[in-house]
Structure formats: C-alpha cells, structure tokens
Write a protein that binds this ligand. Sequence first.
Ligand code: NAD
Length: 451
Amino acid sequence: MESYNSLLTKQQSFFRKEKTKNIAFRLEALQKLRSAIKTNEKVLMEALRADLNKSEFDAYTSEIGFVLEELRFTIKQLRSWARPKKVKTPVTHIGSRSYIYSEPYGVALIIAPWNYPFQLAIAPLIGAIAAGNCAVIKPSELTPKTSELLGKLIHDLFPEEYISVVQGGVETSQALLNEKFDYIFFTGSVPVGKVIMEAAAKNLTPLTLELGGKSPCIVHKDANLKLAAKRIAWGKFTNAGQTCIAPDYLYVHQSIKDQFLQQFKEATIALYGKQPLKNSDFTKIVSDRHFRRLCSFLDNGKIYMGGGVNQDKLTIEPTVLTNITWEDPIMMDEIFGPILPVLEFNVLSEVLVGIHRHPKPLALYIFTENEAVQQEVLHSVSFGGGCVNDTVYHFVSPYLPFGGVGNSGIGAYHGKGNFETFSHQKSVLKQTTLFDIPFRYPNVKNGLKKI
Ligand code: NAD
C-alpha cells in the first residue's frame, strides 16, 4: 500500500508557516478557485457529461453554479466569520473578558463520492480553505474524467503542500486514512462511513460524515397535488435519482393516491418527455454494478409507470412501483436511482410508526396544507433536514446547515456551517491582573489573602 506520509509532512510544515491563517491569503485562494472554475466551466461540463451524461443545465445548476454561489457567499462573509467573537462573562469572573477564536484544525482530508463528483469535493474544500486549513482531496474513482480534471485544476492553482488531490479507489482512501490528519470530511455511504469513523477513532481525529439513507416523502390528502407532483418528480429524478437527499420512497394518503399518481405521471412527462430513454439529457447510472442492482428492484410490487431500461447506455426510465410493503427488497436499503416505490396510509400515525422503525433519515419531505400535520411530523421525526411542500431545495440555502443525524451522518456544512465545520472554536478568558478574587482558593475560610 502506498504511503502518503511525505505528502502529509509537507502539508503539516506548510501549515506551521502560518500563511494559511492570514485572511487575505485565504480570500486570495478562494478567488483563484472561483476564477479557475469560471474559466473551466465548459470542460467541467464535458467531463460531467462523459462520466454521468449530465446535461449542461444539470451540470451548471447542481455542480458548477452551486459551488460558485458557495464561493461568492463565503468570500463576502469570511472576514466577519473569522473575527474573534467577544461573548458574555459571568459575574463570578468579574474583571475578565471572554472570547471565542475560530482556528483552523491543520491538514484536512476530504473524501468525496461520485454522484455530484465536482460539487461534493469542492464545496467542503471551500470550507477548509476559508477556515485556514491545508487539504488533501480524494475524489471518486467512479467518475474518472471529472476527478482527473479536478486534480489538474487544483494542481495548476495551488502548491501541493497547501492543497493536493490524490487519485484512486478504496486502497488509496485506506492508505490516506492510515495517516494522522487533523480533520476528516467524508461524503459517501453508511457502511463506508463506519470504516472512516473507525480509522478516525485510532487517532481521535474529529470528523464530519455526510451519509445517506432512505428519505421519506409524505403526501397528505390536503396537499396541493399538482405542485407536489412536479416538485417530487424533480427531486426524485434529477441526476437519475442518484442524489443523497432524493425522496427515496413515497407515503401517499389512500384517498388521493390515484389522483396524485396521475398528476405525478404527467409531471414526469413534462420534465423528461414521453420517451425518457431517448432523451439525450437524461443522466445515466454510474456503473454496471449499480445498474444491475437497480434493475433487480423492477419486479418488486407493480410497475405503475416507467420500468424501461437501456443496458448499453445504463439508463433507467423514471419508474413508479405500487403495491409495495416494507418487506420488499427495494425497501431494505437506500435506492439511489430513478425508481420510486409507493406506500399508502390512512392515518398519519401509520407513517410515523413506519419511519420510526428505521434509521433516522438524511431528509424528509411532507406535502400538506395542514399546519397541525406539518407540526406533528416535524416534532415527531428526527431527520437531517428537509422541506415542507418541497423536495431537495433546503440543500441550496447557505443559511441552512446541511447534514444528517444518527445513521445519516454527523455534523453539517454549507455557508457559515462550512467555515465552522473546519474550525476549532478556541475559548479564551482574558483575566485582569489589577485584582484577584479569593473565593476560589481553598484557604479562603482562613481569611482573605492579599496579592
Ligand atoms: P462510497 O461510500 O462507496 O464511496 C465514497 C468514497 O469513499 C469514495 O471516494 C470511495 O473511493 C471511498 N471508499 C469506498 N469504500 C471505501 C472503504 N472501504 N474505505 C475507505 N474509503 C472507501 O459512496 P458512493 O457510492 O461514492 O456514494 C453514494 C453514497 O453517498 C450514497 O449512500 C449517498 O447517499 C451518499 N451521499 C451522501 C451525501 C451527503 O451529502 N450526505 C451526498 C452524496 C452522496
């Protein structure tokens, strides 16, 4: 197994030079990154097309544009985030003042997945740079064109002792994890998340885990069905369902199920056409293995719409499966593809019991006009984040920290949360030397002592 000890040592000594702690240095790095991304927009789109058949629209909105917006927001706010914060001091500490300093951890390791291969490697890098860290990125081996371009872009922009990209698969990832990084930021699956946490535990390295899971989407009887259909079809089928926060399965109220599914079919046709497999802009499944795994679900329940596949192009039609129960194989694990199983319910408590029997989801979506129903779901279910009457959109607000809870992850990022994730909050009490309050000392009951 290759060793990355010399790369880490180089980054550690660069970090100790303290250049990255300078705010002007960080801002310059972020600006350089921003202009390089702008210059490379076209080649990035080509790489994303080659790896996943992402359309230009999808590549821009969900990868390049997202990252540019995160950069714009971070560059604007960084000076204020990085300033030491004065906080209150209790009366017992009279004479002193209290501050919180945000300091970089040191050298961060960022391990990224393949589904948004550019965004999910660069967005955490923005946080790492903003907070003043050095970083090593290990992008996904399943999207080779994008990962290669990412490596070239970073190589042309920054010296490797500051930011570096290491290409490779599982073995490379494990070799990197053998080193003692100061922070680990991992995005990927739940089983691999456990491997990462075990490796981090050996060195007590703090970490963020952005994982996945089965995110429920509930459509209640009083929902605006037309809008719900459109917003769910978009959230589910964008990137061919290969989105960590895509609605994984639907819980639809029995009384509106038929009406809703009809609207859903129409909404999907409006988005992807009557013959989505012939739509040259429909994202493909990343690999043959994932394609075969997804195809194996197509005989679960009953196909309500879709079900067609193209093995040569690794594409699967937007598909809805009805007559599904929690015992079907498709309900065992995160689907991560354009197949939507539908469960029915009569009373909300059935939904809550069903969700509570499973690990805490990364996202949850509830469509209803009824405020009491919204409150009941938000109050009862623990989930990473989500939306009322929408899907996926919470992800793109820089004011909403994004992350999971329980099995769906640890920690959160985006916007200020990104800066905070990569910063240690150092609490400092600045004490006066003008006087000394004696009551904390053990000999206080024998009389007050002068300094
Ligand atoms: P993955 O866990 O298989 O791989 C992620 C990264 O870990 C890759 O870079 C891979 O090379 C590396 N890796 C794989 N096995 C490893 C091992 N045994 N030891 C060390 N490193 C290893 O995930 P994926 O298939 O690339 O991505 C899909 C998963 O990621 C889904 O579960 C999805 O929900 C999740 N995801 C989560 C988010 C989020 O923000 N929470 C975003 C995107 C994807």
